[in-house]
Ligand binder design. Structure first.
Ligand code: 8YV
Length: 316
């Protein structure tokens, strides 16, 4: 039987590449020197797209594949997939939720601890001889017993809050509505500005969409304040990045710990001048165990679609 033709948007680890190519006829978009020409040549054959959370599939790509049936995202975030184009062309969309939730929450909390306790600087203080030559490392700020604000109490936000409770932090969260699965001890604060005023540690964990663009506005950023920290493990588009940089440079915001950036991996060079920002390379789900589970789910969704079976993790 003819293997379905798949457009692969970005690279996957070898342990995914081999089974993907065993099950499907794979066309590697990311290796094409002229991508428009490549799509013009293979587009008509393509029945499925295999992509990644930060790469997605835009309208031009979707419409260059007139026989496209399904887009399978290696990631929980599908904000980079043009859902309107998929609806118009009756294309299914899947993602990889749940399998990455705990790793993403772990890194978010680790970033808060690393930034608050100055662990990156402390490592350098030992390695560059400063400890021996200059003495004790400068004192940093306490985490336990502080106030946390979680913007978006979905799967990832919930796991972040659960971990923060383990550090005796006071937990408050914001979302469209209060969540019945939230413990009574967690406070629901509808307004993100009010949540920001409440929190020392402000976590951005909500799924990105056109509606949430810059929900972390200049007003929210400045409400976190000179003693506060913003931690982003969602998407850069959820934050007004220019306002963030302005506030970090001026001290109107104390610090930030960021795993996602506008135009990543080409960060705004202003970030590199700042010592009150922990920068990470969008690796919150970056463990071997989780990426293997994500890859398997991408293939399972594609296989289920072409077999006419229910999709394991449908978005659309
Ligand atoms: C990426 C992510 O998919 O899950 C998401 O939405 O952004 C990440 O897990 C991952 O970095 C692979 O590209």
């Amino acid at each position: 039987m003819q293997k379905p033709d798949i457009l692969q948007v970005g690279p996957y680890p070898q342990w995914d590449q081999i089974p993907l190519e065993a099950a499907f006829s794979v066309h590697r978009y990311f290796e094409a020197s002229d991508k428009t020409d490549f799509l013009a040549n293979v587009g008509a054959k393509i029945r499925g797209i295999a992509t990644r959370g930060e790469l997605g599939a835009d309208r031009a790509m979707i419409e260059a594949c007139p026989n496209l049936e399904v887009v399978s995202v290696y990631g929980v975030g599908y904000d980079a997939v043009d859902l309107d184009a998929c609806r118009e062309h009756d294309v299914r969309v899947t993602n990889t939720p749940d399998v990455l939730t705990n790793d993403v929450a772990d890194l978010g909390v680790a970033m808060m601890l690393a930034q608050s306790r100055g662990m990156i600087g402390a490592e350098a203080w030992v390695r560059d001889g400063s400890w021996a030559n200059k003495g004790l490392y400068p004192l940093k700020r306490r985490v336990w017993g502080g106030k946390a604000g979680v913007l978006g109490l979905g799967r990832i936000g919930f796991e972040v809050a659960k971990r923060l409770a383990g550090f005796d932090l006071d937990i408050a969260y914001s979302d469209i509505a209060a969540k019945d699965y939230a413990p009574d001890s967690w406070t629901f604060i509808e307004d993100p500005v009010a949540l920001a005023r409440h929190a020392n540690f402000f976590f951005v964990t909500l799924a990105a969409s056109p509606v949430t663009r810059h929900i972390v506005s200049r007003e929210v950023i400045e409400a976190v304040g000179p003693e506060g920290m913003i931690i982003n493990i969602s998407r850069a588009s959820n934050i007004d990045e220019t306002a963030l940089l302005d506030a970090l440079e001026s001290g109107r915001l104390g610090s930030a710990a960021l795993d996602v950036f506008e135009g990543e991996p080409a960060l705004n060079p202003r970030f590199m001048q700042l010592d009150n920002v922990l920068v990470q390379p969008h690796h919150a789900s970056g463990t071997i165990e989780t990426r293997k589970a994500m890859g398997a789910l991408v293939r399972d969704n594609l296989t289920a679609h072409f077999a006419g079976d229910p999709l394991p993790t449908p978005v659309l």
